[in-house]
Design a protein around this ligand. Sequence first.
Ligand code: PAF
Length: 284
Amino acid sequence: MIEVITDLEAMRDVSKRVRDAGQTIGFVPTMGYLHSGHQSLILQAAAENDFPVLSIFVNPTQFAPDEDYETYPRDLARDSALAEAAGCRLIFAPPPQAIYPLDYSTYIEVTGVSALYCGKSRPTHFRGVTTIVAKLLNIVSPDRAYFGQKDAQQAFIIQKMVRELNMDVQIVVLPIVREADGLAMSSRNTYLSPEQRKAARVLHRALLQGRELFRGGLVKPDELKRAMVELIQAEPLARIDYVELVEPETFTPARSGTDPMLALLAVYVGQTRLIDNLLFSIGE
Ligand code: PAF
């Protein structure tokens, strides 16, 4: 059975022992309820490092009071089996009060970009993400940390934080893993009813349609956005939060003719907010 550590000092001790032995640590931070997307991160961490570590922590500071912190799916037994099968050596699952004691008051924020796109409807979300990721990186001290491209803005913000705070860790971002019908893997997909699950395919369909138009010579962001918005609006169960096109290197709005452009979208299907993204490039 894979070892699960809940104590911060015990986690630090293991990391120190591994590093003192000259071994590398690959770290996959998650909120648990693992799926194939997480599995691909663990497999890569296991392939590139001597000691792959997974964290499971449903981070309260990245949820707004009206969001799904309490109901977020949790299943440590299931996650442990999946993590072990993917080659993980240790799970770090601290209790919330160990990470955020009652008088906790320190936050890390990547200003500017954290307020855009997903940050518009979730204004405190990225501050919570950067705070917990910085804390976990400090505790686990990995050589490499692995994140999924599905949360493209999160990956961009974490890379910026690591660069700007001179943190000694390599951030590795791996491609989106999709269901057979194109829906990006997410722990929140379990919230969808069968009818909503079908409707959720519209996110990937809109991105594919946008990419086809881009490759066909439609390079004006506003026109591309309009085409994707119209397609999503035709799905009665879907409600758009945002559709944007950005320059992938800077996350600033794409200009006409930018190549490549990264299309980002967030769409509610019922009460469930889903995100997805796709790179539009003439050459690919
Ligand atoms: O992507 C996630 O699952 C979370 O945002 C992360 C990076 C584990 C921080 O809580």
